[in-house]
Design a protein around this ligand. Structure first.
Ligand code: APR
Ligand code: MG
Ligand code: MG
Length: 195
């Protein structure tokens, strides 16, 4: 197992730690940008209150609720829809790196869930209207551009923004693992994100 990674059960056995659960919601789509560039997939992220990009979700207390029930509760607050997330959607758990000299006591749990495009649209509508955290913890939901335009636009520019914790690598790893993007396409985007 990659360093820092924990099995879900191992993570839950860690006492004295805080737990945070986040999810990447995505769907397929036939939409085309400018009527000619296939969007292929809708992948949702959010602009957080601190200006960083991240995934919806938040802190969960496993002594009071399951990780997945806590995540669904956070999704209701941040998206306005209680999207059900199950143990089968779990991808990885890991100890967050220490920010200063103090050891980290935060364990992050990451999930991915595929939805229908129409359900994603409902989430987008609710997140901008009924979600209690709209304009507070969450400044807005955003779609990740998976295509590349001339001069490094699209995914390359998106990846050059700032992300919370390991959200950037969670995004990149998920795009590859779920075959939402090929390795050469990603390499091309990563090159332009460094320019
Ligand atoms: N990878 C790693 N860590 C992350 C990720 C990620 N993708 N996303 C968020 N975190 C960290 C954040 O830094 C935060 O410390 O997980 C913790 C909880 O996530 P939030 O989504 O911010 O938690 P939430 O419960 O929605 O917000 C409640 O958390 O950030 C604080 O003070 C803030 O009042 C807010 C509180
Ligand atoms: Mg929250
Ligand atoms: Mg949150």
């Amino acid at each position: 197992m990659a360093s820092g990674q924990l099995l879900r059960a191992e993570a839950l056995a860690c006492t004295g730690h805080r737990h945070a659960c986040h999810v990447m919601l995505y769907s397929d789509t036939k939409s085309q940008l400018f009527g000619r560039i296939p969007i292929r997939h809708v992948v949702l992220m959010q602009v957080r209150f601190d200006g960083l990009l991240g995934f919806p979700g938040g802190l969960v207390d496993p002594s009071k609720e399951t990780l997945e029930a806590g995540l669904t509760r956070e999704l209701l607050e941040e998206l306005g829809v209680a999207v059900p997330v199950s143990e089968e959607d779990h991808v990885e758990s890991r100890l967050a790196p220490a920010v200063s000299a103090a050891p980290s006591n935060l364990i992050t749990h990451f999930y991915v869930k595929k939805m229908e495009e129409e359900q994603i649209r409902e989430v987008e509508k609710a997140s901008a209207s009924t979600a209690v955290d709209h304009g507070l913890e969450v400044m807005g939901m955003v779609r990740v551009p998976l295509f590349s335009t001339k001069r490094g636009g699209g995914l390359g520019f998106f990846l050059s923004h700032s992300f919370i914790g390991n959200a950037r690598s969670q995004l990149i790893n998920s795009l590859l693992r779920l075959h939402l993007l090929s390795a050469p396409e990603l390499q091309c985007a990563l090159r332009s994100s460094l320019k």
